[in-house]
Write a protein that binds this ligand. Sequence first.
Ligand code: G1P
Length: 271
Amino acid sequence: MPITKALPKELLPIIDVPVLSHIVNECVNSGLNEILIIISPHKQVIKDYFAKDEKLYDELMTAGKTDLAACVKDIYSRADIRFVTQEQPLGSAHAISLAKPFTGNEPFCLALGDDLTVADVPVAKQLIGAYEQTGSTIIGVQNCPTDDIVKYGVADVASSNGRLHLLKGMVEKPPIDALPSRLACYGRYVLADIYRYIEQIGKGKNGEYQLTDALMMMCNEAKVYAYDFEGVRYDMGDKFGSLKAAIELSLKRKDFGDELKKYLIELAKSL
Ligand code: G1P
């Protein structure tokens, strides 16, 4: 707030690209080109962003603005993007259950819209690699050294092998004096056979159907792993987190990254 009064947080821009577009790119760059975006009724504008707009494309081409035309086409042509609306806010597990007609019983990757990741190998691709190795559900985690860890699902580890941790459970938003580990769950998953657990859970925290409850049930009956992914993750639900993402992603830009670096160095001298 206040900008999210009018604009869904998933469309907040990092300079000129919305957060959700970065997440879609992560998926596409991980080899995923069938994407379902689950949105609430008041976030329908997200559909407009990803909609095919050949009229605009043609207008830009006719005006000789080929770079802009390519930019527009890039939004909707890199993946088959579909939408489903979660009519009521009944929780993450309920939202995921709406994807069943789309995924069937195949394993799939879940990316939460609050979490932006930047990595040499896209995080979704790292998790798919871990799935291919184990054949089991994978939860993307990273070490969280600060008290912020109480905002996340936290892994309860049975045994570890390098970056891969076999889980005996997960705790959603544990109190700081009862952390099962320092491995926080950062909004990336490969989910296999999840619907059967979602169908069994009742309402959990906030009176909602929570993914963590389904994952906890899965931990008791099947193998579930946490994968400590490489790269940086930004909390886009946090104002300072989104500022850091904007600065760090802008520094990587070809069009003005070097100029920004010089500017920041000069600015830092005056602080
Ligand atoms: C959700 C999940 C939590 C996870 C977090 C990552 O929490 O329930 O396990 O760690 O996303 O961003 P929420 O952000 O909905 O509170």
